[in-house]
Design a protein around this ligand. Structure first.
Ligand code: SF4
Ligand code: SF4
Length: 164
């Protein structure tokens, strides 16, 4: 098997600039496990959680569930103290910047570094560490609603959505 381009490891240490949580448009897609943890943490039912914190994004094959943003593009969970759900933040957040789109090539890694001062500095992450993060994101998946469910997301029962 061919060695990945990052076989010597990559340096990354979050500089806590908050750039990936605020200040620009973007989506934080939710996986089932993310939703389960956040509903538990906030003691909310899905309709209330959806109304307060979510939006749906048309991805062509359905409607992906994403966290919403405030008018200034801050994530709905951003606060003056940082991420207000940090311990239970979505896997999309906890695995950054080790996403398949960024890990595609050295060029895409370096391009991501233009927006993230943590890339290329600090702790050397091994290829095994990187593969683990990539796997976590891949395995988590994203909640996608069909057109019917997307018409009335506030009537969806969490157990049905989570398959439990
Ligand atoms: S953009 Fe990079 S350095 Fe800034 S908060 Fe996000 S991960 Fe950390
Ligand atoms: S959930 Fe937390 S870590 Fe993720 S984008 Fe929102 S504020 Fe940032």
């Amino acid at each position: 098997m061919t060695e990945p381009w990052y076989q010597d490891g990559l340096s990354f240490a979050c500089a806590r600039c908050s750039g990936c949580c605020r200040g620009g448009p973007g989506y934080v897609f939710l996986a089932k496990e993310d939703l389960r943890r956040l509903l538990n943490r906030l003691s909310l039912d899905f309709p209330t959680f959806f109304r307060r914190y979510c939006t749906l994004v048309n991805i062509g094959t359905g409607w992906a569930l994403s966290l919403g943003e405030r008018r200034n593009y801050d994530c709905v969970f951003w606060s003056d103290q940082g991420c207000s759900v940090y311990e239970d933040r979505p896997v999309q957040c906890s695995t950054y910047p080790f996403w398949s789109s960024i890990m595609e090539s050295r060029k895409s890694w370096q391009a991501a570094g233009d927006d993230c001062p943590g890339i290329g500095r600090g702790e050397l992450r091994s290829p095994e560490y990187i593969e683990k993060r990539l796997g976590e994101r891949r395995d988590a998946g994203t909640i996608v609603l069909d057109d019917n469910a997307a018409r009335s997301p506030e009537s969806i029962d969490a157990d049905t959505l989570l398959g439990s």
